[in-house]
Design a protein around this ligand. Structure first.
Ligand code: FES
Length: 117
């Protein structure tokens, strides 16, 4: 049985931004304590201003790379980023999502582990 495939996806890209919250002092930390919710909201506004109507900026729960966060992942590309401020978010939006060129300096690689792992 074959599954019908659409001519094009409903969204060209999804960005999943971890905004998970953990109690203060948790050994893994969390993205929320590093400003993730504020920066996700900023990203959503900036994506709209850039006219990225085909890109969805989603809240996400823990993506299990807590120690490396705050982090987000862009699908369908499967590219992960660690960001720290509005300038990083702007660069991800403008370079990756508008121009199609991933931002190497902010990328988390598949084999990248926390420093003490
Ligand atoms: S708390 Fe964000 S990846 Fe786990």
């Amino acid at each position: 049985m074959s599954v019908p495939t659409p001519d094009r996806p409903f969204y060209r890209a999804h960005v999943f931004v971890c905004t998970n919250v953990r109690p203060p002092g948790h050994k893994r930390g969390c993205c929320a304590e590093k400003g993730a919710e504020r920066l996700r909201n900023y990203m959503k506004v900036r994506a709209r201003e850039l006219g990225l109507a085909d890109t969805r900026i989603n809240l996400a729960g823990c993506l299990d790379r807590c120690e490396l966060g705050p982090c987000l992942v862009v699908y369908p590309d499967g590219i992960w980023y660690r960001y720290g401020n509005e300038a990083d978010i702007d660069e991800i939006l403008e370079r990756h999502l508008v121009e199609g060129a991933p931002v190497e300096r902010l990328m988390l690689h598949p084999d990248q582990m926390p420093p003490d792992a």
